[in-house]
Design a protein around this ligand. Structure first.
Ligand SMILES: [Zn+2]
Length: 459
């Protein structure tokens, strides 16, 4: 009986200990940061000034294509504003970026009837060498169909009419479609815009060539025109298109990463870097992609600063350049700052909608600690959770060096891709209240991480 009791007490003790040790982390987070989290939420939700700032940059500078004057002007404006805000160590770092110019573009179906198509040359595509290409069309749903019909490809314009599955799936036709078609002798390739919906909208984006394969011009067309070509082909008709594109790649040019800081109170050398990207495509104004990302992280730090909060580590807002067509900003940042101890890199580049959760890639023990954030943000994000797996294109180079990565996910899902890389990516698509919620969550999550005491952060 006594032995039984002893075993029971030991077992209960162990159970209590193990639940206590996991609870200590979340209880610690709750006790230490609940008041601060409430202050951050109140401040973030108080007005729509962050949305005004987003709309200002979009309306004033317009599209911010890599290599354009409007992009650099927007970056110079942000540098001045960051200094006015009172950030420390605000500065630009030069980055050589690709300089692709769209030029003119023209596409017309000339058989079986005449119809002028809207087209969008894809970033980094070659043009048609000043010529008007006239060629028959082969429509395919995917690379498998292209391979099966490879003997029919020579001398044709291949049109990829891939039904929407997901951005990650469909974007392969945009990026690799030209070289895959050129392998079999195509003279150009077109693709149905990468988006779940049509509405006669073009969605542009970057493409890439394989070195050993001839470079052919490539562009996106609307879902409606891709489906028209598909229906004609299904009836045994081979449509013919005329195509002219004058896009070209100029020598690399200068642009900038921008950063500003709140210096750490105890460990100023250790950095928590958070940001989004300044560049956009040349359609629309890049309001969601990614003014929403760089404004959110910037405003998150502004709230922390204006509340007089002093994180243990330095928090650095980085506005990376050239995410859309080369990641030169992210690569240059990693190269220049790889010897500074980074505790975390955070990126927001998935569109402002109701916040859904934080994704984290790094040591499991931090994942457990971060779970303590969930109750702190319940009032603005009832479905919020912390999940394994966070990242982003700009922070990729730092994460590949072994730095922990974090990102915010939202409930946008497919809706983000209604506007993505299209003329409809304008400030009206960003809901001011959702923007404030995203800012509050970014501020809370990154501040807590930057402020974690040593006993938790020692490796
Ligand atoms: Zn983006």
């Amino acid at each position: 009986m006594e032995r039984y009791f002893l075993v029971l007490i030991v077992c209960l003790g162990l159970a209590f200990q193990s639940s206590k040790s996991t609870e200590i982390d979340s209880v610690y987070i709750y006790n230490t940061y609940s008041k601060i989290a409430r202050q951050i939420i109140q401040k973030a939700m108080a007005d729509s000034l962050s949305w005004e700032k987003l709309a200002y940059v979009c309306d004033t500078y317009g599209p911010r294509l890599t290599g354009s004057k409007s992009l650099n002007d927007a970056i110079f404006w942000a540098e001045k504003e960051m200094k006015k805000d009172g950030f420390e160590n605000v500065h630009l770092e030069e980055v050589m970026v690709p300089n692709w110019k769209r030029g003119e573009e023209y596409c017309e179906m000339v058989y079986p009837r005449n119809k002028v198509f809207k087209i969008s040359s894809l970033g980094h595509s070659v043009g048609t060498n000043g010529k008007l290409i006239e060629a028959p069309v082969l429509v395919v749903k995917d690379f498998d169909e292209l391979a099966k019909r490879s003997k029919e490809v020579k001398g044709k314009i291949v049109v990829y009419n891939a039904p929407w599955v997901s951005y990650g799936h469909n974007v392969q036709y945009r990026f690799h479609g030209a070289s895959e078609a050129a392998k079999y002798g195509a003279v150009a390739s077109l693709l149905r815009s990468v988006s779940p919906i049509g509405f006669d909208m073009l969605h542009t984006g970057v493409m890439g060539y394989q070195d050993s394969i001839p470079k052919i011009p490539t562009a996106s067309i609307t879902l409606e025109d891709a489906e028209l070509l598909q229906r004609l082909q299904n009836r045994g008709i081979t449509p013919k298109l005329k195509l002219k594109m004058t896009c070209e790649t100029m020598p690399d040019t200068i642009s900038y990463n921008l950063m500003g800081e709140i210096r750490g109170s105890e460990k100023p050398r250790e950095i928590v870097a958070l940001g989004g990207h300044s560049d956009s495509w040349d359609y629309g104004e890049g309001a969601q992609d990614d003014a929403s990302g760089f404004i959110s992280t910037w405003e998150a730090l502004n709230i922390i600063r204006s509340l007089g909060l002093k994180p243990r580590r330095t928090m650095r807002n980085v506005i990376w350049v050239n995410e859309e067509s080369g990641t030169r900003g992210g690569i240059a940042y990693a190269e220049k700052h790889k010897n500074e101890p980074h505790f975390l890199v955070f990126e927001f580049d998935s569109g402002v909608f109701e916040p859904l959760g934080i994704g984290f890639t790094g040591d499991e023990k931090y994942l457990t600690i971060l779970k303590g954030i969930t109750p702190l943000v319940k009032e603005i994000a009832p479905d919020f959770s912390i999940k394994k797996g966070g990242g982003g294109v700009d922070i990729g180079p730092m994460m590949r060096l072994g730095i922990s990565g974090m990102s915010l996910s939202t409930k946008g899902n497919d809706e983000y891709f209604w506007y993505h890389h299209s003329p409809a990516d304008t400030p009206d698509k960003v809901n001011p209240e959702d923007l404030n919620k995203c800012i509050a969550i970014i501020a809370i999550a990154t501040y807590i991480y930057a402020d974690l005491p040593d006993f938790i952060s020692t490796k």
